[in-house]
Design a binder for this molecule. Structure first.
Ligand code: NAD
Ligand code: UGA
Length: 434
């Protein structure tokens, strides 16, 4: 059992801290956001993540997991300190390290005994060294030693608990064998592949992994756009291509492009790292451009379906960037709904969980439905932006009756072409014949 502090109790810090508690470690999750900590202390989970509430509650009851905004005390009481704060995209595209630097300073100021300082946040190569320098400069006693480790996180929102508990690998980039051994031992109960490397390589592995996954998505979206022009069906093409184990079937789902808190920011950050190092990273530049264009193609489709969007009433189903999360960061709906309103449409939108967050960010004139059917009633077309089960499993006969015009523009390929044709719905999806 190890004593662990996790600083930053967001999507990553809360899930990974809880999973470390689940495998038997003593974990304190810390945050500067007092509201978040108060909610967690009273048993309320501030984010929507399936299964999280149960596992937080059982570990809190067992006394293995606690929450605090007294970050200094939590650091002093721990042997391993994780940095899991946000690294948002700055105006220039590079990762904003303000929060990471602030935490490194706090760790330095509270370094009362040997600790392993682990960066879990996604950070540019070189940040581990910067964290080490900041901790060293701020420690009250320069004889107190510490090590830094890069241990990037690979979980996905919506399946975060399963991803963490069954992690495919733990990447450990360390400056000393001692620290690598401590962090490897920490992960032992996960029974996963431990991959030990140096600090810089571990930091790069995280960006390379996300960039490669984003590349797969942009690649299949380009194939989809070509499929539409030659009469092929991208879902069948992806299935056939994915049978080759060198390629794999995952992340070949064509659609409206990737969103979320990570792929958009991490691809931009990698491009920025390349530019800073006088290298033109052509693939990643194209991946970003294709992703941007893919969102706008949805607007062409709705215009094609309706003739003109002006004065039309569009029902938008799905607002979060993917199903099973309330996360709205870089969600396609944030670009598409304002564009529809700008073109003179009225919009009623629905999402099973993201409406409270979405309504803070979408234009005030956006209206919200109480459920799928309420949203579809009287609309000139339905546009699907997130493939929630509730949306994929809607009663299409009822949907057809509720819509004023039988038009569905689907950015997530939720339905079979045959089914839609049999129901008499004009179905515009991605990479498949209309
Ligand atoms: P988040 O915004 O949900 O959470 C960050 C938390 O850090 C917030 O609660 C914030 O209040 C807190 N914080 C900020 N400054 C602090 C400070 N000085 N002291 C204490 N707490 C502080 O972010 P997230 O989605 O959890 O992402 C965190 C990092 O993990 C990012 O670098 C991200 O790229 C990476 N990551 C995210 C995911 C994901 O699915 N969200 C997956 C893998 C990696
Ligand atoms: C992604 C990675 O999958 C995680 O491994 C990583 O840890 C995380 O980013 C991160 O660094 O934060 P996440 O953004 O939660 O996880 O969700 P994904 O399932 O990867 O989906 C990202 C976006 O790609 C979504 O908008 C999704 O709709 C889109 N996507 C995904 C596709 O368009 N097609 C696909 O085949 C897969």
């Amino acid at each position: 059992m190890k004593k662990v502090a996790v600083i930053g109790t967001g999507y990553v810090g809360l899930v990974s801290g809880t999973c470390f508690a689940e495998i038997g470690h003593q974990v304190i999750c810390c945050d500067i956001d007092r509201r978040k900590i108060d909610l967690l202390k009273s048993g309320i989970i501030p984010i929507y993540e399936p299964g999280l509430e149960e596992i937080v509650s059982s570990n809190t009851e067992l006394g293995r997991l606690s929450f605090t905004d007294e970050i200094g005390a939590a650091i002093q009481a721990s042997d391993i300190v994780f940095i899991a704060v946000g690294t948002p995209m700055s105006a220039t595209g590079e990762a904003d390290l303000t929060y990471v630097k602030a935490v490194a300073k706090t760790i330095g100021e509270n370094l009362n005994s040997y600790k392993v300082v682990v960066t879990k946040s996604t950070v540019p190569v070189g940040t581990g060294r910067l964290v080490a320098q900041t901790v060293a400069e701020n420690r009250p006693d320069s004889s107190v030693e510490f090590d830094v480790v890069s241990n990037p996180e690979f979980l996905r929102e919506g399946t975060a608990i399963a991803d963490c508990m069954n992690m495919e690998r733990a990447v450990i980039g360390a400056t000393s064998d001692k620290a690598a051994k401590i962090i490897a031992e920490l992960h032992e109960p996960f029974n996963t592949t431990i991959y030990i490397t140096n600090l810089e390589s571990a930091e790069m592995i995280k960006y390379a992994a996300n960039a490669f996954l984003a590349t797969k998505i942009s690649f299949i979206n380009e194939i989809a756009n070509l499929c539409e022009r030659v009469g092929a069906d991208v879902t069948e093409v992806a299935a056939g291509v994915g049978l080759d184990s060198r390629i794999g079937a995952k992340f070949l789902q064509a659609g409206i492009g990737y969103g979320g808190s990570c792929f958009p920011k991490d691809t931009e950050a990698l491009k920025h790292i390349a530019t800073q190092n006088n290298y033109e990273f052509k693939i990643i530049e194209s991946v970003i451009d294709i992703n941007h264009r893919q969102r706008l193609i949805m607007l062409d489709k709705i215009k094609e379906a309706l003739g003109s969007v002006q004065g039309k009433h569009i029902a938008v189903l799905g607002l979060a960037f993917k199903p099973n999360t309330d996360d709205m960061r870089y969600a396609p709906s944030l670009d598409l709904i304002p564009a529809l309103l700008e073109m003179g449409a009225t919009v009623t939108a629905y999402d099973p969980v993201a409406i409270p967050e979405a309504s803070k960010q979408l234009p005030a004139e956006t209206e919200y439905g109480a459920n799928v059917y309420d949203t579809l009633r009287g609309a000139d077309a339905c546009m699907i932006l997130t493939e929630w089960n509730e949306i994929k499993e809607m009663d299409l006969t009822r949907a057809r009756e509720l819509l004023r015009a039988p038009i569905v523009v689907d950015g997530r390929n939720c339905f079979s072409l045959q089914e839609m044709e049999e129901l008499g719905l004009a179905y515009y999806s991605v990479g498949r014949p209309v």
